[in-house]
Design a protein around this ligand. Structure first.
Ligand code: PLP
Length: 402
């Protein structure tokens, strides 16, 4: 029997876990060991959540056997609301939806919003689930440019020029994956102003809001625009090092009245999936209690800070490679100078690197970047492993031709 794929999947792409990963699996099945720096997954690199968080999950497990409230258990929603208290006005537990990771909530937020052909403004490069999820929901992802020479800040005039009568929402990924950029207050205000002038829902993906280096300051979009409907998304995967728990939240802020129908749709979708995974919700209260945050890993001498600095230094020592130093998150997004490396297919480059050096990175076009001159490296591994990986990349590039 031929089983065709749903046509709605035709335009859905998620290349960072696509053909390259399949090739890596093949090589592994042949007995090769692959060094994987392609996924922002802290635990495999020995970055674990504090014991107190795990203890609370273990303690809650007996009470976690039934479905919970579709939006999530009350103490966890209260803890999320308190995380934003004093920053975003008027947020309470009833404005919080918990989900199986930010990923599930992204899809729900778009499913509740989009009719066929509706458009959503998304940064380029992006975290590609956003683009894929818009397509999945029948919408059209329209990308606004982020400018490398400006530290990957969004180009506000380009964003404004992309708006049409069909534009329904604007996605802000700040701090950004894959670029590691943290947007200035003026940039966030500029994006919010576009939303204000064109009646757009603001979808603020702030999953890296506390993974900041040096003097970087995160500007929470919802805090700067209490007059706009903003959905803020964040979760336990990165800051709290619990990616496998699949636990995230969506916070609704701003004027709810005009959005009552949309919010009812969101609630309907939350109800349809019954509830998010309940045991993982028991991690939220303790993780957010403030006793154990990621701060010390980010200070000078802290693991993530050292790894970022080391990886960036080694990467930019490779001839023909430059890289905006990331101010946040877990990634380097280096550029291969097209004068030095003539790359017409960056996915092929990543496959060739994988085959020759058994090193798995991600290609820039997988993040909906139009040019083929970028790679993404995750610097969660310790300094020795990063040294080895970047050494392998340098050796590979020395003789690489397409
Ligand atoms: N948003 C961004 C910007 C991400 O980088 C990621 C994961 O890498 C996600 C969302 C998905 O997070 P979660 O694990 O909560 O589904």
């Amino acid at each position: 029997m031929i089983v065709p794929q749903a046509s709605r999947l035709r335009d859905v792409r998620y290349d960072i876990r696509g053909p390259v990963l399949s090739r890596a699996r093949q090589l592994e099945s042949q007995g090769h060991q692959i060094l994987k720096l392609n996924l922002g997954n802290p635990a495999p690199f020995g970055l674990y959540a504090p014991g107190a968080v795990l203890a609370d999950v273990a303690q809650g497990i007996a009470d976690a056997q039934g479905y919970s409230d579709a939006r999530g258990i009350y103490p966890a929603r209260l803890a999320v609301a308190e995380r934003y208290a004093g920053v975003v006005p008027g947020v309470g537990p009833d404005d919080v939806f918990l989900g199986n990771g930010v990923s599930e909530l992204i899809v729900m937020a778009l499913q509740a919003l989009l009719d066929d052909g509706d458009e959503v403004l998304i940064p380029s490069p992006d975290y590609p689930l956003w683009t894929g999820a818009v397509s999945l929901c029948g919408g059209r992802a329209v990308h606004y440019r982020c400018v490398e020479s400006a530290g990957w800040a969004p180009d506000l005039s380009h964003a404004a020029a992309q708006i049409t009568a069909r534009t329904r929402a604007i996605v802000i990924i700040n701090p950004n994956n894959p670029t590691g950029a943290v947007y200035s207050r003026d940039t966030v205000l500029g994006l919010l102003d576009l939303a204000r002038r064109h009646n757009l829902l603001v979808l603020a993906d702030e999953i890296y809001d506390k993974i900041l280096y040096e003097d970087a300051v995160h500007e929470c979009a919802a805090a700067l625009a209490p007059d706009l409907l903003v959905l803020t998304l964040c979760g336990l995967s990165k800051t709290y090092r619990l990616a496998g728990f699949r636990s995230g939240w969506l916070v609704v802020s701003g004027p709810r009245r005009d959005a009552a129908e949309y919010l009812e749709g969101l609630e309907l979708l939350a109800n349809m999936r019954l509830c998010p995974n309940v045991p993982a919700q028991y991690a939220i209260h303790t993780a957010l209690s403030g006793r154990q945050d990621i701060g010390e890993l980010l200070q000078p001498g802290g693991r993530l800070r050292d790894q970022r600095d080391h990886a960036w230094r080694r990467m930019t020592e490779i001839p023909g490679v430059d890289c905006v130093k990331p101010a946040a998150a877990l990634y380097l997004f280096p550029r291969l100078d097209p004068e030095v490396y003539k790359v017409s297919d960056d996915e092929q480059l990543v496959i060739d690197l994988l085959e020759q050096q058994h090193l798995l990175l991600s290609h820039g076009t997988g993040f909906n970047l139009p040019s083929t001159d970028h790679l993404r490296l995750v610097y969660l591994a310790d300094v020795g492993v990063l040294d080895d990986a970047i050494g392998r990349l340098a050796t590979f590039l020395e003789s690489y031709h397409q």
